[in-house]
Design a protein around this ligand. Sequence first.
Ligand code: IPM
Ligand code: MG
Length: 369
Amino acid sequence: MFRIIFFMQKKIAVLAGDGIGPEVMREAIKVLDKIAVIFDHKFLYNEELVGGAAYDVYGEHLPQKTLDACSDCDAILFGSVGGPVDKQTEKKWQGVEKNALLGLRKKFNLYANLRPIYLYKPLIELSVLKNNIVENGVDVMILRELTGGIYFGEHKTYMDNGEEVAIDIMSYKESEIRRIIKLAVEIAEKRNKKITVVDKANVLDCSLLWRKITKEFAQKNKNVDFEFMYVDNAAMQLMKNPNYFDVLLTENMFGDILSDLGSVISGSLGMAPSASLNDKNFGLFEPIGGSAQDIAGINIANPIAQILSAALMLKYSFSMIKEGEAIENAVINVLEKGIRTGDIYREGLRKVRTMEMGDYIAEAIVRDH
Ligand code: IPM
Ligand code: MG
């Protein structure tokens, strides 16, 4: 029997960044290397600096060299950026998250941010929500618009009548709304076929435009259910009954807030991955939790969010669906065996360090078809 050597070769820009970034990234690479062996792929890693780590060498958070490496690759695997809480005022750390992340989002047009809220069954007791709400696990896809809205509108501060005034403008173009709803429909079709558009249409013109365009899509896509919900109510529903939602679609800032709220449902920030995509399926894949400087460098961070971000990269940027699922299944397998980093540990289970968790997950990867 013939077996083709290397089904695919992919170049990955690896931006580990600050804090726990480098140590959790190491484990994600370990897992990707295992995927490459088992599925006959080849992954080439191009490691570059970002955040405070880049500032030390280049005096900026997102140097041109890093951008060039990203342009030259098929996807970006991102760790985290950010400094210690007590050093925020140092030049090295000032504006680091904004400079690095917003810069990359803008440069590569990463308008679609997928933040799956997933509670694995073995972690149910760790969820901030009561057991009776989450007893069957949670599976919600938050889809956040990422390159429009108030984040990228005009920001300014000026003097008026002897006092300072600040303004930030929220704006959306039809085309920006259309492309993300189109993606929401594609995602919903592969899930439970329901989209909840979260907005503030009782106050904002932007929300009214979102509603108008959503209704056009609803006319054309009868196989998917569309509904609207105000953002304040959505925050409440997400806590009362998260599984009410299937795909939760929303604009940039509402998505920022709701996705942090949603992430605590998963039991630990160390479990939550994300994907930011453009219309060519190029993307940046990163854990939602930050650089966690307080536990950096001591091999206790949970690498699962970084590993699951690599799984999203395989699925969304490389169309390697079964490879991505192989990682997700390996994670479930390891959690079921009671292997836990400190953040998801409970008495009676086996507490492991960052590197061991990576080893166990890499070992648990199997190819079943
Ligand atoms: C996120 C972060 C960023 C955002 C910050 C660091 C600019 O909170 O990715 O959610 O607000 O988008
Ligand atoms: Mg955020």
